[in-house]
Design a protein. Sequence first.
Length: 215
Amino acid sequence: MRETHEPIPPLTRPSAGHVLVVGATRILRPAVTALAERGCAVTAVARSQDGLRRLVAETPGRVGPLVADVTTPDFGDVLHRATVRAGLTGALVYAPSGTPAAIEALTRDLVVSGPVVLVLTSKWAAPEAFAGQAAQAAQPGQPAQAAPWTPDSLPASSRPAPGCRRLVLGWHRDAGGARWHTSQEISAAALDLLDAPAARDSVLGTVRPWEERPR
Ligand SMILES: NC(=O)c1ccc[n+]([C@@H]2O[C@H](COP(=O)([O-])OP(=O)(O)OC[C@H]3O[C@@H](n4cnc5c(N)ncnc54)[C@H](OP(=O)(O)O)[C@@H]3O)[C@@H](O)[C@H]2O)c1
């Protein structure tokens, strides 16, 4: 395993594109292995060398590890050096892996010929995140958060670069109650959005009623 900031090794020639995955070792880990299985090359970013080493061992020749911290000032340069010659055809970015400023810089400066999917946690849909809008949309006598919620309600700051596709993570609800989604479900939804023929946003599960989210 290379040290942080060293160039990633040449990957097996990609037959189905080259995808960058930022935050590759936990929630989006199944997406990395699925991309590798379909023949993509993947540049996988995380801070933990051990986590990336395990991922690389599972996907021989397909995943190039980039041990780096998204929040460091030189991350943009590191990423550019590591990926510019790869010919990136898409990217999955787990937003909590960096500060909003770091994620904005990352998505703005990315050289990629295809879709960029940004995975946002449900806190982006919290009523307090857009209390003014929700209050305006509510009917008299109804609580503000009963208003329908769609990704159109997200603040502009949640789309750090034009064309960026946003996946908002909600929760799963059925007769048994409410639960958070698994990494497999989240990864599958992220790949669906990456594969979508046209740019759009999406919600995985539901984000309303807010009081019914799992604790
Ligand atoms: N519906 C929802 O909103 C929803 C659903 C599921 C989970 N979550 C939330 O997500 C939280 C955390 O889940 P998680 O552990 O999978 O995510 P995480 O700790 O935020 O890490 C996700 C990925 O990002 C990487 N990462 C984190 N910080 C980074 C940085 N500064 N630079 C580069 N890579 C970085 C991690 O690897 P390294 O640590 O090695 O860097 C890992 O691969 C949970 O506690 C839960 O609250 C929310």
